[in-house]
Design a protein around this ligand. Structure first.
Ligand code: OOB
Length: 540
């Protein structure tokens, strides 16, 4: 059974096909295409390993074959959590070849997130990493297998006593392998992206082969990728930005080389940039600031780096202006979302645009509008919520009819929750946010998710999580707590949240204990007042 999703209306689908955005091709064509052109070119560098396109293709087919032999089949879903290692892409293509839809969890996700994803997709396959605390021993895998009886195979990257070894499953076997199963149909779901979240339960984003393939192709074009491109993947590989904007898939599409960094620190990345003659890299704003600082401390110049892409959170204009001089490269701002729409400043834009805007949509048929509280379009330069629809923007989250009714308008526009100004010539500036989300240096999570967890603590009567400004991270989180116990302390609440298995980046950076929470005229918690309060306190 194909994975369900909200399709585009027939007339839109027809137009997107006629205009060549959707080509009826599966994402697996990315690898197949490059193997036909230059199989010996280096696709991936991971530590000391160099993997050609031919080897990449062969290993992913071998893994597909081995998984199929163990009963994993088309229409299944897989829960995957890997760090930045070659096996992430090998597994991704193996699953695409099999028509198995993966959720690629971030490495920073923990028990709570992983379990919530499993609940939604009911995976038959779990792929994890022995480097992650969750998979050090077999306890969590066993617990998942108990809760989810459909889960039939656990493969772990690294050696464990309890699971199959993922890397070994990619090793060419003695017999000639003949994996020739079809991927899912190009107009069907290929995999799930993760939403940053603005509700209690994290929402899944079903992406079809065709729609995602278009975003990859067009991104590679906008960013000028060629077979000579050497891309540093420093952000978590599964995230939409380093995966497809243009990210690793864009580089594979163009026939270039992806170099994997285990972390985005300047210590790790500067060395890789020099050693592998990287010419393009992508980071979030706090990392850009660290790179600027390290460069000012006299680190050797990054001679080959031509383009630094920055996105995921708002880049301050002042930091933007320092990039070219400090790092000796051009800047490209990228404002995208896992739901679809991606905006880029263009390589030939003038500096003012590059420094002060988050770019414009990549596709001529991306429809964008900024609307006021009544849903009416505001004029150029005026602030409104950004709404969008187009050939690679979803029409609905996975199995979330109620949420979809709010997250999309009657015409199928996705409500991004971002407050923007759209200039006369169609460039977008992000000026704020309407959605109840924290964006901690590019890592997003829903305030409500953490509030709900806090409210399960016996001493917490009321809780509200708001963002507070932070010079490096852009924002951090502050939890306002009404407690029924005067002795309740921040440390105890952090410990409690940890015990629930929530990802570290979602732990409140600060706790404020108060007698009551302010409410609006409608009786809702007045978060704006709380944001103002914490800002005043920080300023003082
Ligand atoms: C990217 O995707 P997500 O899904 O992690 O987050 C999307 C949200 C946007 O709605 C916006 O609130 C924020 O992240 N955002 C930015 C931004 N880029 C993303 N806010 C201000 N300035 C920017 N440049 O973050 C993402 C996906 C593909 C490419 C790039 C980023």
């Amino acid at each position: 059974m194909p994975i369900e999703f909200t399709p585009w209306p027939e007339d839109f689908a027809r137009a997107y096909r006629e205009k060549g955005y959707w080509r009826g091709e599966s994402l697996t064509q990315i690898l197949r295409g490059r193997c036909a052109i230059d199989p010996d070119a280096v696709a991936l560098i991971c530590g000391d390993r160099q993997i050609s396109y031919a080897e990449f293709d062969a290993r992913s087919s071998q893994l597909a074959e081995n998984l199929a032999r163990r009963g994993i089949k088309a229409g299944d879903a897989a829960l995957v959590q890997l760090p930045n290692v070659a096996e992430f892409y090998i597994a991704f293509f193996a699953l695409l070849k099999m028509g198995v839809a993966p959720i690629n969890a971030l490495f920073s996700h923990n028990r709570l997130e992983m379990t919530a994803y499993a609940e939604q997709i009911e995976p038959t396959l779990l792929i994890g990493s022995a480097e992650h605390a969750l998979f050090l021993d077999g306890a969590y895998a066993e617990a998942l297998t108990k809760s989810f009886p459909m889960l039939r195979l656990v493969a772990i990257h690294g050696t464990t006593a309890y699971a199959e070894n993922l890397a070994l499953l990619t090793e060419p076997g003695d017999e000639a392998f003949g994996f020739n199963q079809e991927s899912s149909a190009p107009d069907q779901v290929a995999f799930f992206q993760l939403s940053g979240g603005s509700t209690g339960v994290p929402k899944l984003i079903p992406r079809t082969h065709e729609d995602y393939y278009y975003s990859v192709r067009r991104s590679a074009e906008v960013c000028g990728l060629t077979p000579q491109s050497r891309y540093l993947c420093a952000l978590p590989a599964p995230h939409n930005f380093p995966l497809s904007s243009p990210g690793a898939l864009g580089v594979f599409h163009a026939g270039g080389t992806v170099v994997l960094a285990r972390d985005p620190s300047p210590q790790t990345c500067f060395d890789l940039i020099r050693r592998h003659e990287i010419d393009i890299a992508a980071v979030v704003p706090p990392i850009a600031s660290l790179w600027i600082e390290a460069a000012a401390d006299g680190a050797a110049p990054l001679a080959t780096l031509k383009l630094l892409q920055i996105g995921g959170a708002r880049l301050g204009d002042a930091v933007a202006r320092r990039i070219p001089c400090a790092l000796g490269c051009r800047l490209q701002q990228v404002f995208g979302m896992a739901e679809g729409l991606v905006n880029y400043t263009r390589l030939d834009d003038d500096e003012e645009r590059i420094f002060t805007t988050q770019g414009r949509p990549m596709c001529p048929d991306d429809e964008i509008k900024a609307v006021n509280a009544e849903g009416e379009r505001v004029g150029p330069g005026e602030v409104g919520e950004l709404l969008t629809r187009g050939p690679y923007t979803i029409r609905g989250y996975y199995r979330s009819p109620e949420h979809n009714a709010r997250a999309f308008d009657a015409e199928g526009f996705y409500r991004t929750g971002d407050l923007v100004q759209i200039t006369e010539d169609g460039y977008v500036k992000v000026v704020g946010r309407k959605k109840d989300q924290i964006n901690r240096g590019g890592e997003k999570f829903s305030a409500e998710e953490i509030e709900n967890l806090l409210l399960t603590h016996e001493a917490v009567m009321d809780a509200a999580l708001v963002s507070m400004p932070d010079s490096l991270m852009g924002e951090k989180s502050c939890a306002y707590i009404v407690a029924n116990d005067d002795d309740l302390q921040a440390l105890a609440l952090r410990k409690y949240l940890r015990s629930l298995g929530v990802a570290d980046f979602k732990l409140p950076d600060r706790f404020e204990f108060v007698g009551q929470l302010p409410v609006t005229a409608f009786g809702k918690i007045d978060k704006q007042t709380l944001r103002d309060r914490i800002q005043t306190k920080l300023n003082a």
